[in-house]
Design a protein around this ligand. Structure first.
Ligand SMILES: [Zn+2]
Ligand SMILES: [Zn+2]
Length: 165
């Protein structure tokens, strides 16, 4: 047995087993902090998923920031995908000039109302993209990985900052 794996994160082990029992998949956000320049970000630090969407942490080279980018979104299957998304975007985030194929922001999908009364769903995929501009250069960022400001490896907090689904 490798004791180090468990001694570092006893709470996470407990969280995992709780999720397993409830059969409920939740995503987790963590604080990542740079030991050199004190840059901080609260992101998943990898690909993760909740009940209704998937995220991938990305590094934007233009913003020099980490973000959680939405990569898949669960939508009702009855309605035509882009049409319904367009309507949804008009209601939720009237951002002029952004194309309809832009992924929604992490916070906006967290704030979505629960989809009650919907029996069939499908998944809309999105390319990873900076939430500030589609023209920014981004790449996937997976812990352990480097600070977007100074290049030193970021340190991950032991406890999740937030659970989401
Ligand atoms: Zn740094
Ligand atoms: Zn950017």
């Amino acid at each position: 047995m490798n004791d180090r794996v468990y001694s570092g994160a006893p709470c996470l082990v407990r969280l995992f087993s709780t999720q397993h029992r409830r059969g409920h998949r939740m995503g987790r956000s963590f604080w990542f902090e740079c030991p050199k320049c004190s840059y901080r970000a609260k992101v998943s630090g990898r690909a993760d998923r909740g009940l209704t969407f998937f995220v991938q942490t990305i590094l934007c080279r233009d913003c020099r920031q980490l973000y959680d980018a939405v990569t898949r979104l669960r939508v009702p299957a009855e309605i035509n995908g882009l049409g319904s998304l367009a309507r949804w975007r008009l209601v939720r985030s009237p951002a002029p000039g952004r194309s309809i194929s832009s992924p929604p922001g992490f916070q906006s999908v967290l704030d979505r109302l629960p989809q009650t009364g919907v029996k069939r769903f499908r998944w809309l995929p999105f390319k990873i993209q900076c939430p500030v501009s589609a023209l920014h250069r981004v790449r996937s960022w997976n812990d352990p990985d480097r600070c977007p400001k100074c290049g030193v490896y970021l340190e991950k907090s032991a406890l999740p900052y937030r659970l989401w689904d």
